[in-house]
Design a protein around this ligand. Structure first.
Ligand code: NDP
Length: 487
């Protein structure tokens, strides 16, 4: 098996196996080839990870923050040096084209480690003058944090959680999605090589039951999950019953609003990126594309012409820009929505079915799909599909499109295309979404906080905002006079 790791888990700075844990395979979605076989964590493995994290965290939090920052930046350098091999691994595990993984996965993870490495030594409390006496605050770590990842950006998600957690002096136990278990182990190796003490970053494999045990564990102070809304609700329930800190990065059905006056080619590019990048498996995708009536015909024409140029094929070939879906379950789900859209009466502009790629008869490829004349009430316009299925909806007025864009339980992303600067900011100000773009879509630099409104999440990743979610403030009142009492 071409991507078999030394063992399933990484605990206390070393690979660890749990032969008794239930076995599962990592599969290359382009061919169906089993690339690795791992075991989920049994209870003893989970306890070993907790014990290692407890020890590691004490050492790590006691290190000067400048040193912690230096170690994280070194890990960033290691990821960059290994970018090609990490990208190939990510392509094998997810099926995403190498053209993407070379720039969006380990590379984003490295940026994140560097950013939070740089921030580590700047994290301070404040002095509060009380007129003679004073108070000060300390920003302290939470302790053991659990990170739980989705399968679409495995190493990126691991870094987006680990980097701020470690910068603040916490330890982390990370559970990747069972579908994409491999790259988090490589991150653990890189952190060890960079100088992170044993136990500070641990990887524990398994399905949702392992995640739930970690979330419920009394030694865990904080949980951060990237996943679907139903999983987020379950985790919030478990974390709430023991009052743990919580970050949830969940799903979406985000609006991308194109006004008549926008730049057509840029708008088409954004719609393509917002629906077909990573074969549509991106949480913040702008899957409801609202197009103002005067732009509609030209937009659909150019969109169909340009979508026909997508190159499907061997994901390891850098010329390919559309890969297979990640798993058979996701493939069946997406094909189901492609059929549903037609049954619901949406007009199929292109795609709509499984794609045949000659060298990859077992590949989980589907055609990039555009539905026009979509109505707000259709399920394809309301439910997260997580595949390359774009819904184009018509609108006439600004007021109307804002109301319709907000008529969803989700609130992860939103985009507006217009040349009218006042309208752009006026509309963004009324959209219920945590991450918004004007005249572009889906760019997520590490400096910019990322997260959702409404059912799309709680808390923020990235930017200075993430620090608040991985640390706690201790207030200290210092009396400079004597202390009196009533009796
Ligand atoms: P899931 O919600 O199915 O799973 C997410 C993770 O949670 C997996 O590691 C899963 O384990 C684990 N898990 C499942 N049940 C539980 C439980 N009861 N307790 C603890 N952990 C549990 O999401 P997917 O992996 O299918 O990813 C797709 C979803 O992720 C989409 O909805 C997408 O929108 C969202 N997403 C959100 C992002 C954001 O930042 N907002 C970014 C990327 C994706 P396992 O799967 O191994 O069983």
């Amino acid at each position: 098996m071409r991507a078999q790791p030394a063992a399933s888990h990484y605990i206390g700075g070393a690979y660890v196996e749990s032969p008794e844990g239930s076995a599962f395979d990592s599969i290359y979605p382009a061919t169906g080839e089993v690339i690795a076989r791992l075991h989920g964590a049994d209870d003893a493995t989970i306890e070993a990870a907790i014990a290692a994290a407890r020890e590691g965290q004490k050492l790590w939090a006691a290190m000067p923050a400048t040193e912690r920052g230096r170690v994280l930046r070194r890990a960033a350098d290691i990821l960059r040096q290994q970018n090609r091999e990490l990208s190939e691994l990510e392509t094998l595990d997810t099926g995403k084209p190498l053209q993407e993984t070379l720039i969006a996965d380990a590379a984003s993870g490295a940026d994140c480690l560097e950013y939070f490495g740089n921030l580590a030594a700047t994290l301070t409390g404040e002095h509060i003058d009380l007129g003679g006496s004073f108070a000060y605050t300390r920003r302290e770590p939470l302790g053991i944090c659990v990170g739980i990842g989705a399968w679409n950006y495995p190493i990126q998600i691991a870094c987006w959680k680990a980097a701020p957690a470690l910068a603040c002096g916490n330890a982390m136990i990370f559970k990747p999605s069972e579908v994409t278990p491999l790259s988090a182990l490589k991150l653990a190796e890189a952190l060890t090589e960079a100088g992170v003490p044993a136990g500070v970053f641990n990887v524990v494999q398994g399905a949702g039951d392992v995640g739930a045990k970690l979330v419920s564990h009394p030694a865990v102070a904080k949980v951060s999950v990237t996943g679907s809304v139903p999983t987020g609700r379950k985790v919030a329930g478990l974390a709430g019953s023991s009052l743990k800190h919580l970050t949830l990065e969940l799903g979406g059905k985000s609006p991308l609003i194109l006004f008549d006056d926008c730049d057509l080619e840029s708008a088409v590019s954004a719609a393509i990126n917002a629906n077909f990048y990573s074969t549509g498996q991106v949480c913040s995708n702008g899957t409801r594309v609202f197009v103002q009536k005067g732009l509609k015909d030209a937009f659909l024409k150019r969109l169909a012409e340009r979508t026909a140029n997508a190159v499907m094929g061997d994901p390891l070939d850098e010329a390919v820009n559309l890969g297979p879906l990640v798993s058979k379950a996701q493939y069946d789900k997406v094909l189901g929505y492609m059929k549903l859209g037609q049954d619901e009466g949406a007009r199929l502009v292109c795609g709509g079915k499984a794609a045949q790629v000659p060298q990859f008869p077992q590949g989980l490829f589907v055609e990039p799909t555009v539905f026009a004349d979509v109505q707000d009430s259709m399920r394809i316009a309301r439910e997260e599909i997580f595949g390359p299925v774009m819904c184009v909806l018509d609108f006439e007025t600004e007021e109307e499109v804002i109301t319709r864009a907000n008529a969803t339980e989700f609130g992860l992303g939103a985009g507006v295309f217009t040349r009218d600067i006042q309208r752009a900011h006026r509309v963004i100000g009324q959209l219920q979404a945590g991450t918004c773009w004007i005249n572009t879509y889906n760019l997520t630099p590490i400096q910019m906080p990322f997260g959702g409104f409404k059912s799309s999440g709680i808390g923020r990743e990235n930017g200075h905002a993430a620090i608040a979610h991985y640390s706690q403030i201790k207030s200290v009142y210092v009396e400079m006079g004597s202390t009196e009492a009533a009796y």
